[in-house]
Design a protein around this ligand. Sequence first.
Ligand SMILES: Cc1cc2nc3c(=O)[nH]c(=O)nc-3n(C[C@H](O)[C@H](O)[C@H](O)COP(=O)(O)OP(=O)(O)OC[C@H]3O[C@@H](n4cnc5c(N)ncnc54)[C@H](O)[C@@H]3O)c2cc1C
Length: 382
Amino acid sequence: MASIIKAMQQDQQHTAQPFDLIVVGAGIIGLATAYRALEQGLKVMVIERNSRPVGASIQNFGHACFTGQADELQAMVAKSREGWASASKDAGFWAAQPGTLIPATSEVEMSVLEEFADHRGVEQVTLLSPGEVEQRLGHNHLKPVGGALLPLDMRVNPREAAPKLAQWLEAQGVIFQWNTTLRSTADGVVDTSRGQWEAQRVVVCPGVNLSYLMPEIAQAEQVRSCTLSMALVERPEHIASDFCMLSGTSLARYDGFSAMASVPELRRELQQREPELVECIANLMVTAIPEGLLVGDSHDYHDSPTPFIEESIATLLQNKAAAYLGVKGLRVKQRWQGTYADSPATNLVIHRPDQKTLVAVVASGIGMTLSFGLAAHILSEC
Ligand SMILES: Cc1cc2nc3c(=O)[nH]c(=O)nc-3n(C[C@H](O)[C@H](O)[C@H](O)COP(=O)(O)OP(=O)(O)OC[C@H]3O[C@@H](n4cnc5c(N)ncnc54)[C@H](O)[C@@H]3O)c2cc1C
């Protein structure tokens, strides 16, 4: 009873307080926005329908793939890098720059990397010899023709970063309304499952849930769900504890690489060499976290995806990753189907339904990468 009275008193107190900013969604986009707002001295409330972050922001690789993004996004990712660095220091979560390794297993893959190195310069792309790739892989079974290291990319542990950032923000005085669902918002008033609050500005970051929360915006921007097959596997001893690797499929996928002249040829090669990876729209990559290696992923697009993980796809990704890692098999500790918002029309959904409301959704698998840069943009726009 005492706790119910305390909760009611807290609710009343919060209702009485004018907020400068209400953020809806405690995924990385909402939390990064709250972090930037706190930096500006704003009084902030975060509304989240779950009791902790459990969305796309904890389901991913924890790979801030700054270098692989399109040229037009480089200013935003530079701000994001700076934000991740300062937030990790403040909130006390791991963020490192071990560099992204991209082994080239064919001459065409190497051509793409060489073109990319020419385009971006040595500060962003270090070309590697076959021996240097083997040294970084910790084995000599792959027989790479060369490779590259992207030294400016960052790594975080996705299971740690958002939860720790939320905890830290709460300790700094940001009010969190957990287990509270936004129903609608207009002109600075949010209507939730626990009542109404008001703020000068409201930023809505619902991720893939945009589709049921604001279906008109989702429909206009062609937002759909993308589901991905993921696994946590035991890390073989020879693989570094901060390991981070992309593959040829990643070169065909990320906008920065895929703008290179040899990519159409790479796509033809992948179709011939590994049609099963092309079929499941794979972006084969591996990152290390303390619990093991994160291995994925495939892509499937639907407005209402089924929850089932296709075992043949999960096994395919696992076996392909094992070949890169120089082992016969990998012991799987966990599997899950990740989900993020996607749109074939845009990478970023930014809408202003009214003067006081801004809706922001990353509609591609790059939300960790853009987060803190996007947050700065959100606050300058609303
Ligand atoms: C398997 C996988 C791998 C990925 N790999 C990478 C990667 O390597 N690099 C990268 O940059 N990105 C990656 N991504 C993409 C990245 O994870 C997402 O783009 C990013 O996490 C989106 O953050 P978000 O805050 O918008 O969404 P979320 O983390 O999903 O957060 C949205 C939050 O809003 C809350 N919410 C929704 N509706 C309401 C409501 N009505 N009321 C209250 N709360 C609500 C939800 O509960 C949720 O907590 C990957 C994603 C997946 C799934």
